[in-house]
Design a protein around this ligand. Structure first.
Ligand code: SF4
Length: 189
């Protein structure tokens, strides 16, 4: 458990990072590539978890700025309700994850064909930025309606980590209510 002061500093940095990417990406699309870097980190940590060299959901519990920022920023505003059980359904989560990957891959292929250099980076950044904003919007909506990190239950990046690490399972309905960080779930609340 981190000291309160350290947690507050990290919470603030996470919030600033999420805000900077969400707003900055509109003006400078390459900023969206930060999300691609985070996704690559999540995949790498999940592979290490699969090999027993890292904890399950190490990315969620120690790296992800969005999860941390949602938990920090929405705490005063959330209704604190339990997420309906349907959101914990593994098929739904996998479907959402597959849909996200399909959309990203398809968009990248279409956008990058014939492009190279900075235009290619900008086009790819725009796609990841869009994904970032869409998931942030989902996170804000679920966080306000239910609990601050309710999004973490359905988050495609979380499902991807569980799938790679071999820890996929139906998440408990109350998984959005505590601040425990027991693997494989993310720290929520
Ligand atoms: S579940 Fe998604 S939003 Fe939540 S901490 Fe993990 S990667 Fe971040």
């Amino acid at each position: 458990m981190q000291p309160l002061r350290t947690r507050r500093v990290l919470d603030t940095l996470a919030l600033l990072f999420v805000f900077a990417v969400a707003v900055g990406g509109w003006f400078y699309p390459v900023v969206g590539l930060a999300l691609a870097g985070l996704m690559a980190t999540a995949v790498a940590l999940s592979v290490l978890a699969r090999l027993g060299m890292a904890r399950q959901r190490a990315f969620c519990n120690g790296v992800c700025p969005r999860g941390r920022a949602l938990g920090f920023a929405l705490k005063p505003f959330t209704r604190g309700k339990t997420l309906p059980r349907v959101f914990t359904d593994l098929s739904l989560r996998r479907g959402l994850c597959g849909f996200m990957m399909f959309c990203v891959a398809g968009s990248l292929v279409r956008a990058l064909s014939g492009l190279e250099g900075h235009p290619a980076f900008a086009a790819a950044g725009r796609i990841f930025w869009g994904l970032c904003v869409a998931s942030l919007a989902g996170g804000l909506l679920l966080g306000l309606l239910f609990r601050p990190r309710a999004w973490c239950v359905v988050c495609p990046m979380g499902t991807l980590q569980d799938t790679i690490a071999g820890s996929s399972r139906k998440r408990p309905a109350n998984a959005t209510g505590d601040r425990g960080d027991a693997a494989p779930g993310p720290r929520v609340g």
